[in-house]
Design a protein around this ligand. Structure first.
Ligand SMILES: [Zn+2]
Length: 400
């Protein structure tokens, strides 16, 4: 992967509410940290007791420290005690980043790794202060024959910390809810399962193997239990650097337009990354199937289904996360948190688990079948309107 240079403006480009909850491309898009977990379900923690990074990929190959000395693309998780980030290789520290913070590695100079901070800034870190996982080769292209036990998936809980996302009338916030649901998806992907494809029920143990590596941009075991601020470029770079086979961003919605007979789920796909439309159509089909088991006076937008929003002038993806993704990627907007009945449902374990199982089934089908899903719509021109609102105060989570 070529080295990438990110320009970060001090001015946050805030996105008007018309963008829904996902935000298009603010300089600080939400929160992210990521931890990867090994296929046997054990959470991968930084520090001397962690498994060798090669284990996280779940392959039979072994990565030795000597091999890691050459690695210039992958994920660096800040090790126990924190890690100094510098503006140049060998430069003075600008912050001591908190342990557990994942950093996308985009280049290397000797013992120094070039990374992107959680505030989207280019920086450098010493290899000795991180747990480095090389970019995965992946399980080959999605479709029949794909080896799930080698799959690498990036789960992205939307928003985080001071970016609350949508907030329900009773106070349930997206930043908390999305993290909860994404962690449930990770739990499912880290174990073997049986799926009843008629009812959608997912039970532990069976023929569907645990995935090779499941990363979260904001892991509950990360800094501040996953509540820290992270930019959209940072999130996308993490997925790119990990070599993910797919990325799914978990959100919930706000400000519906009309009553709906079925859950008003929307899924947005990347037009830039091939395969994203099929991933989104499967996510739409499976998440709606899961949520339809519950009762509510559903609300929705004017267009349900698997959608894409593009800049009418350039044809590029409107959403910054999807524009930067180099693998099949989609944003799921599950239910309308702004609606009292739907907020109440989202507060229950049953609905959060159903949402998670829908995402799990969709990703399994995406990676291992040619299924096309349902609800796929053509990309929609979407005018990009941003208003500068102030100075960014994004801070990299510091080691306590
Ligand atoms: Zn959101």
């Amino acid at each position: 992967m070529p080295r990438r240079h990110l320009v970060v403006s001090a001015v946050v480009a805030a996105v008007l509410a018309m963008a829904g909850c996902s935000g298009a491309d603010p300089a600080i898009g939400g929160a992210a940290a990521m931890g990867v977990a090994t296929g046997d379900g054990a959470a991968r923690q930084p520090g001397p007791t962690a498994a060798p990074p090669g284990d996280a990929v779940g392959t039979s190959t072994t990565t030795t420290p000597a091999d890691l000395a050459e690695v210039s693309t992958g994920i660096a998780v800040v090790a126990a005690g924190g890690a100094d980030l510098a503006e140049t290789a060998g430069g003075e520290p600008i912050v001591r980043a908190a342990e557990g913070l994942p950093l996308p590695v985009v280049g290397r100079a000797g013992e120094w790794l070039e990374i992107v901070t959680s505030c989207n800034s280019p920086a450098w870190v010493q290899a000795s202060q991180v747990e480095l996982t090389p970019q995965a080769a992946g399980g080959g292209g999605p479709g029949p024959g794909f080896d799930l036990s080698a799959a690498v998936v990036m789960l992205d809980p939307g928003h985080g910390d001071r970016d609350w996302g949508a907030i329900g009338p009773e106070g349930l916030s997206e930043k908390v809810l999305n993290l909860d649901i994404a962690a449930r998806v990770r739990d499912l992907m880290q174990r073997s399962n049986t799926v009843d494809w008629t009812t959608g029920t997912v039970t532990s143990g069976g023929d569907i193997p645990a995935f090779g590596a499941v990363w979260m941009t904001r892991p509950p075991e990360g800094p501040n239990e996953g509540q820290f601020e992270a930019g959209l470029a940072y999130r996308a770079e993490l997925a790119n650097a990990a070599g993910a086979d797919a990325m799914v961003s978990i959100h919930n919605n706000t400000v519906p337009k009309v009553a709906s007979d079925i859950p008003g789920t929307e899924v947005f796909y990347s037009v830039a990354a091939p395969g994203s439309d099929r991933l989104a159509a499967l996510l739409y089909e499976e998440v709606v199937a899961s949520l339809s088991a519950f009762e509510a006076d559903w609300m929705g937008g004017e267009l349900l289904g698997a959608r894409a929003r593009i800049n009418p002038d350039t044809g590029e993806d409107y959403y910054g996360l999807l524009r930067r993704a180099q693998m099949p990627a989609a944003i799921v907007e599950g239910l309308y948190l702004s609606e009292p009945q739907e907020e109440a449902l989202l507060g229950t374990d049953a609905v959060k688990q159903a949402y998670a199982e829908g995402v799990y089934r969709a990703v399994v089908r995406f990676l291992t079948t040619d299924d096309v899903g349902s609800g796929l719509r053509d990309p929609e021109p979407y005018p990009e309107v941003r208003t500068p609102t102030g100075t960014s105060a994004c801070v990299v989570p510091a080691q306590p």
